[in-house]
Design a protein around this ligand. Structure first.
Ligand code: PLP
Length: 377
């Protein structure tokens, strides 16, 4: 032991590390792997964004933690135009280095710690739990119809959900916001999939006046450009909402050097000012969903929720690791539902983030399974 005083935080194992065996199996498929285990974009960065990045390459000085005024204004306008947000002020927009870092550090930056409860969805993106643990607070999985536990100081909402693609309606969101305000908790609404509804779905933001009731009090909306604008590689996100909360976060983050690089700020401004590429992205995922969803169903899986976002939430009514192994033998790699909480033990999450060619390959492999069962298909 070289440094006996060092005690790294005790965190769960990184979930994807446990997929090594299934990954090796899927990779050995003679026609190549179809990796649908991670929601990482594969389509090109939109041209308007790339141009803005190129134009800003000569940025030798330190950028502002708060972001440029143009970026903050573009964020407010995009929220109003795309999602009907009302009451958002540009001073209450704060760029983040992707949204994962904010999710992981928000409880710490809000000053939460021992004795404080961070309520997370019963099926949740793993970083909500990690963020609570990093702060020394207690994560608590709370289903939508359960009350917030005693001591709740922060409530994570995530609609459309990762992993289920479930969309919460205005009433469900407004009820949770009202309850959180009653008990004095902050609501952080992770809205990174809001721009990617499947046809017929209509996800809402907490920034919608029907949800917030005309006040930003205690509200934070967390946005990411990773999925709607193919910018996962740029690390581009922002948090927006209650001006006092955002000012507090800015003060911490200025000291901590959590600054989005200036060329990325310019790229974000361009992405937030253009809706055409978002519509194109949505159409691409709609087309992939329309190919893969029925193919998985023909192979015997049942799809639940999956109303928006980048994932199909599927079950073969057996333990998730068996389904992951069964698909891996067909060269298709997916994530076991248990990564997202015990309630996912019999589900798998299938990402739509693969090229059209790979999605078709996955659908063909599902159909050959279906033909084994139903030869006339
Ligand atoms: C629900 C949710 N929140 C946040 C993130 C983080 O995204 P990023 O850091 O790329 O903005 C992800 C990424 O997959 C996610 O699924």
């Amino acid at each position: 032991m070289t440094a006996p005083g060092i005690r790294f935080p005790s965190l769960p194992d990184f979930p994807w590390d446990s997929l090594a065996a299934e990954t090796a199996t899927a990779r050995s498929h003679p026609d190549g792997v179809v990796d649908l285990s991670v929601g990482t974009p594969v389509d090109p960065v939109p041209a308007v964004v790339a141009e803005a990045l190129r134009a800003a390459w000569n940025s030798p000085g330190y950028p502002q933690t708060w972001g440029t005024p143009r970026l903050r204004a573009a964020a407010v306008e995009a929220l109003e135009r795309r999602y009907g947000a009302e009451g958002v002020v540009a001073d209450a927009v704060l760029p983040t280095i992707g949204s994962k870092e904010l999710v992981a550090w928000l409880p710490t930056q809000l000053g939460l710690g021992a004795g404080d409860v961070v309520a997370i969805p019963d099926l949740a993106y793993p970083t909500y739990e990690v963020g609570a643990l990093l702060a020394g607070a207690s994560p608590a999985r709370v289903a939508d119809d359960e009350p917030l536990p005693e001591g709740t100081r922060l409530v994570w909402l995530n609609s459309p959900s990762n992993p289920t693609g479930r969309v919460l309606g205005v009433e469900a969101l407004a009820t949770r916001v009202a309850e959180a305000r009653r008990v004095g908790a902050v609501v952080a609404s992770d809205e990174c999939y809001l721009g990617l509804p499947a046809p017929g779905a209509d996800p809402v933001s907490v920034l919608d006046p029907r949800v917030h009731g005309g006040s930003m009090d205690s509200l934070l909306a967390v946005h990411s450009l990773s999925k709607t604008s193919q910018l996962a590689g740029y690390r581009a996100g922002f948090v927006v909402g209650d001006p006092e909360l955002v000012a507090g976060l800015l003060a911490v983050r200025k000291h901590a050097g959590m600054i989005v690089p200036r060329p990325v700020q310019e790229a974000m401004t361009a992405a937030l000012s253009d809706d055409a590429h978002v519509a194109e992205t949505r159409q691409r995922y709609d087309a992939r969903r329309a190919v893969l969803r029925p193919a998985l169903e023909r192979a015997g899986l049942r799809i639940e929720h999956s109303e928006a976002g980048l994932y199909l939430w599927a079950t073969a009514d057996r333990p998730c690791r068996e389904t992951v192994g069964w698909l891996a033998e067909r060269g298709i790699l997916v994530a076991p539902g248990e990564f997202y909480g015990p309630a996912g033990a019999r589900h798998v999450r299938v990402a739509l983030t693969a090229s059209d060619e790979r999605i078709s390959a996955a659908a063909d492999r599902c159909d050959s399974v279906a033909r084994e069962h139903f030869p006339g298909l």
